[in-house]
Design a protein around this ligand. Structure first.
Ligand code: FPP
Length: 240
């Protein structure tokens, strides 16, 4: 471990989380899957508050993937209802909490009301700079890259961009995550060892911490443990 890594104990600036294990948590208790997602929404609230206490600047959570539409209508609408409830609450408390919201994903497939809440949360919180929550909603990493390439192609067609100018930085600016620093730490609870189409472009140098706890049980102590593990890693970015 380098001297720099040993002495720098600040939490990562940006933590990204795959909120996994809600269904198994509910099944273990004989409850409906939606009850697991409700407990997952509580775990999100807890974790977001703790991140803020620690001084984490960006928290990105995988709330609904482009693949999650395959689930039952009841489960999908349960998750959407929880998200809408959370956003209404966030809008009500906006002036008190000063959380900045961004949404990654293709919002066009959401209900008009949920889309409206997302856009209102995004625009009304745009002036806040302390802490930013990025919700990945109808998000898929490959879909994000396809949408970015299409947007760039459209700019080329309109004479606003030149293919010869394409660079990693320029492509990044077309992604949903434009202007957001890459996450240093990605956490996946629930014991699954995959990244499941979550931020493939942004996480090439991220540290991944996989944990056995189910998301609804995820506690501040689990976040401390993940950050501790992150600090133990030796981040070399391809250098020697
Ligand atoms: C994955 O667990 C979780 C989801 C697909 C939904 C995540 C949504 C929430 C936590 C609620 C959203 C609301 C707010 C306010 C954040 P899973 O259902 O795949 O779990 P399993 O693998 O055990 O079945």
């Amino acid at each position: 471990m380098s001297a720099e890594n040993r002495t720098d104990r600040r939490p990562p600036r940006h933590i990204a989380i795959i909120m996994d294990g809600n269904g198994r948590w509910a099944k273990k208790r004989g409850l409906a899957r939606t009850a697991g997602h409700a407990a997952g929404a509580e775990a999100f609230r807890r974790t977001a508050n703790y991140c803020r206490t620690l001084g984490v600047e960006y928290l990105t959570v995988y709330a609904f993937s482009t693949e999650n539409w395959k689930r039952s209508e009841e489960e999908v609408s349960g998750i959407m209802t929880l998200l809408a409830r959370y956003l209404r609450e966030a809008l009500r408390d906006m002036e008190k909490n000063h959380v900045r919201f961004r949404f990654f994903g293709d919002l066009s497939r959401l209900s008009p009301e949920l889309r409206r809440l997302c856009l209102e949360a995004q625009s009304r919180s745009d002036e806040y700079h302390e802490v930013q929550v990025n919700f990945c909603l109808n998000y898929g990493g490959r879909d994000e890259i396809v949408r970015a390439v299409k947007a760039f192609a459209q700019d080329v067609r309109e004479g606003k961009a030149d293919p010869d100018d394409m660079t990693e930085e320029l492509l990044s600016s077309y992604l949903d995550s434009a202007n957001v620093p890459d996450p240093e730490l990605v956490i996946r609870p629930s014991g699954e060892l995959r990244t499941s189409n979550f931020l493939p472009w942004q996480t090439v140098y991220s540290e991944f911490v996989f944990m056995n706890v189910l998301w609804p049980d995820f506690s501040p102590e689990d976040l401390d443990a993940a950050i501790e593990e992150y600090h133990r890693r030796n981040r070399r970015f391809g250098g020697a």
